[in-house]
Design a binder for this molecule. Structure first.
Ligand SMILES: [Fe+2]
Length: 306
């Protein structure tokens, strides 16, 4: 599977419509299940950096076409064997309450228990040395009620945070871990993984395309370098709560074949619950590694003039 930019076309029929006063836009006028043109991807890339979350309806992906589109953003993360991908390593993580035969899993199934973590505010892969650029979730089976995905803009929150407090936060470095201290016995992670997946990231990040600052915290942030533990936990909780106020949150109600793309550098997200004893839900996720090309177009020739 190769990257799928088509340099021959500079025309784009894409429209971008904001869905929230502060972030999130719906993209229409493009079929992402086939190779996208260079001009279309440029429009998507620019909207992604501006709006942080993009919603694209009616994208009937198979795994290979979702992977192909995702690769436009850069190299993909490869998930290790894990409940989130049904223990099948690869580029697709399956978020579902179904077993391999499509039957509802019991609520006490270990995989179901593990996925409850997704209902905490977090940003994907912040426990990796190179945190994710973006994730995209494809709605393959959606429940009729509930199961929204919530997104919170760390960029809008930072802009609204009291300016007087910002200098003291500017250079703080947070420690992110895949497992919380109370999860030390979780069999999903072995000792080697836990040790390796303890990393640091700035509490405040800057989008390299537009220079906008944002808070970067969430459930994996558990300490701050040089700060007493309790003070750090209190500050991280305050930042996360500030970011996830309703005014900074968009809740996405899923329709079949929705694709939602979000910027893991600046957005927190969480799954919301639904009646898992009655309804089926199956989402396929790809995640683009953080080394993706923030200056993606800088090294490419300009599109042909129309
Ligand atoms: Fe997630």
């Amino acid at each position: 599977m190769s990257a799928v930019l088509n340099p021959q076309s500079a025309a784009t029929g894409i429209t971008i419509k904001p869905l929230h006063p502060l972030f999130v836009a719906e993209v229409t006028g493009v079929d992402l299940t086939v190779p996208v043109t260079r001009a279309d991807f440029r429009a998507i890339w620019e909207a992604f950096n501006q709006y942080e979350v993009l919603v694209v309806r009616d994208q009937n992906f198979e795994d290979d076409t979702q992977i192909a589109f995702s690769r436009n953003f850069g190299p993909l993360e490869t998930m290790e064997a894990h409940p989130a991908n049904n223990f099948k390593p690869g580029h697709i993580a399956v978020m579902t309450n179904l077993d391999g035969q499509g039957n509802l899993l019991p609520l006490d199934d270990p995989g179901m228990q593990h996925r409850l973590r997704n209902e905490h505010w977090h940003t994907d892969s912040s426990f990796k040395p190179v945190a994710a650029l973006c994730s995209m979730l494809s709605g393959r089976i959606v429940p009729p009620v509930g199961g929204n995905t919530d997104f919170a803009s760390g960029r809008a929150a930072y802009a609204a945070f009291p300016d007087a407090r910002k200098p003291a936060l500017e250079d703080l470095i947070a420690v992110h871990r895949v497992a919380k201290p109370e999860d030390e016995d979780d069999p999903a992670y072995n000792e080697e993984q836990k040790k390796r997946l303890t990393v640091t990231h700035p509490l405040i990040r800057i989008n390299p395309v537009n220079g906008r600052r944002n808070f970067y915290a969430g459930a994996h942030a558990q300490a701050i370098n040089g700060m007493p533990h309790e003070a750090a936990r209190t500050l991280i909780a305050e930042i996360t709560e500030f970011c996830t106020q309703p005014r900074f949150v968009y809740s996405h109600p899923w329709r079949l074949h929705d694709l939602v793309i979000w910027d893991n550098r600046s957005v927190l997200h969480r799954a919301t619950t639904f009646d898992k004893t009655q309804y089926r839900r199956k989402m396929h996720r790809t995640t683009v590694a953080g080394a993706a090309q923030d200056s993606f177009f800088a090294n490419l020739p300009q599109p042909h003039a129309a």
